[in-house]
Design a binder for this molecule. Structure first.
Ligand SMILES: Nc1nc2c(ncn2[C@@H]2O[C@H](COP(=O)(O)OP(=O)(O)O)[C@@H](O)[C@H]2O)c(=O)[nH]1
Ligand SMILES: [Mg+2]
Length: 199
């Protein structure tokens, strides 16, 4: 549903994943169409980008952080700021893949205190074919297990980067509609209950 602010839609995305999987690079590619070979593990990053899809103006607010002791734990704050969650691993790094289920997926769930939340599983560095250790099939299976879409990206070549953000917009709309339906159902239940009491 559209709102009355200066933008048509707003999608708030939080990126989660082990250090070095390419979260900053995905953001840089999407926001500036640039890629940097150097690794700079910056801490709190916030970006916004207005994007036009089919004449709809979408504002993406993007939050990124690596939880690190010395900078304090930004993870819970990041969860609360986000309404769409990107769970990112690198297809060249088994540890980062395992950490999605063992750490990121579960920790977000605990912080939000919900059964499920809107998320996309992302296997990044898809261009590094020779260094691949996580098969596409394994990514798909994990996505099924945690109930979300799966997409393989390359922040270097730009493969699937715009599609990823477009998917996040779709997910946001889906989620909004679901919440509205739930609210409507709850209101109808209340009305029905009210009627019963009058009889
Ligand atoms: N070949 C390749 N390298 C990538 C890709 N994404 C990130 N990198 C590199 O991996 C390193 C870590 O990326 P970065 O975005 O800083 O990771 P972050 O810690 O998750 O933010 C950097 O040297 C990037 O240049 C990718 O899709 N393909
Ligand atoms: Mg980074």
């Amino acid at each position: 549903m559209k709102n009355n602010k200066s933008f048509d839609y707003e999608v708030k995305i939080g990126l989660f994943g082990s250090g070095g999987v390419g979260r900053s690079s995905i953001i840089l590619k999407f926001t500036e169409n640039k890629f940097n070979e150097e690794y700079s593990p910056l801490i709190d990053e916030q970006f916004s980008k207005i994007f036009n899809f089919n004449n709809e103006k979408i504002t993406f607010l993007i939050f990124n952080s690596t939880p690190r002791e010395e900078y304090g734990d930004y993870f819970p704050e990041l969860c609360k700021q986000s309404n769409i969650f990107f769970l990112v691993y690198s297809i060249t790094d088994k540890y980062s893949f395992n950490q999605i289920l063992n750490y990121h997926y579960k920790r977000i769930k605990n912080i939000l205190n919900v059964e499920d939340y809107p998320k996309i599983l992302i296997g990044n560095k898809n261009d590094l074919t020779m260094k691949r250790v996580i098969k596409t099939k394994e990514g798909k299976e994990l996505a099924k297990k945690i109930n979300c879409k799966f997409i393989e990206t390359s922040a270097k070549t730009g493969e699937n980067i715009n599609q990823l953000f477009y998917e996040s917009f779709n997910l946001k709309i889906q989620n909004q509609n679901q919440n509205q339906n739930q609210n409507q159902n709850q209101n109808q239940m209340k009305k029905k209950k009210g009627k019963c009491l009058l009889m």
